[in-house]
Design a protein around this ligand. Structure first.
Ligand code: GSH
Length: 215
């Protein structure tokens, strides 16, 4: 298996966490200006060149969630990522959507606003995305009161860890949402996640809004 991505990319983490947690061997294919051939593979295999991309033999799988589903379906050691029973899988899939749509999306939009206008991000975009996080953070804090994971790392944790890691950088989780803050810390301590965090450290100075001196 080959995974095309970048160590600082939140969606690359999402797939990598599943790979690291399951122990499925893979080769990492770096996407950067020094590796134009890798970029060409991604451009040719995906609708808009977004990554990660997994190449498994003749099969190309894109969209981080589909990569994780592919692992769960094709590798016995990765089955724990998603319940086989469709009804049991439904809440897992729902929470993956919650993290992508209401945490990852606003985080990415805030980062994109900084890339578009360095030093002067569009305040309307920032306001709209912070409003979204102001709704998702307390909702997630309440949800955690009843969340019982079936395994330390499932599709939920793969989606939650990178989205909460970077969202907290661009718009910190309020101090009073202690459950959510503690869960973020717990996620970052999971070996598969900690490995992604460490592999991304050399790139922190590239973070457009500026990386905080923590985590
Ligand atoms: N829906 C995609 C989103 C992937 C995505 O946004 N990837 C970012 C990196 S974290 C990317 O490709 N950015 C470069 C670009 O948009 O051209 C997925 O789930 O894999």
């Amino acid at each position: 298996m080959e995974l095309y991505g970048h160590p600082f990319s939140s969606y690359t983490w999402k797939a990598e966490i599943a790979l690291y947690a399951s122990g499925v061997p893979f080769e990492f294919r770096m996407l950067d200006p020094d590796h134009p051939d890798n970029g060409a593979v991604v451009a040719a295999s995906t609708p808009t060149g977004k990554f990660p991309l997994l190449v498994d033999g003749d099969l190309s799988v894109f969209e981080a969630t589909s990569i994780i589903e592919h692992l769960a379906l094709s590798r016995p050691e990765a089955r724990f990522l998603l319940p086989e029973d469709a009804r049991e899988a439904l809440p897992v899939r729902t929470m993956e959507r919650v993290f992508d749509n209401y945490v990852m999306h606003p985080m990415q939009e805030i980062v994109a606003a900084h890339i578009r206008s360095p030093g002067a991000p569009d305040p309307v975009t920032l306001g709209r995305m912070r409003d979204l996080l102001d709704k998702s953070y307390p909702w997630l804090d309440s949800w955690l009161a009843t969340y019982e994971p079936q395994h330390p790392v499932t599709l939920v944790e793969c989606a939650a860890a990178p989205s909460l890691f970077y969202a907290d950088w661009v718009y910190p989780i309020p101090m009073q949402l202690d459950r959510l803050r503690q869960w973020r810390a717990h996620l970052l301590a999971l070996p598969a996640v900690a490995r992604c965090v460490d592999e991304a450290r050399p790139y922190r100075h590239f973070f457009p809004p500026g990386a905080p001196d923590r985590d």
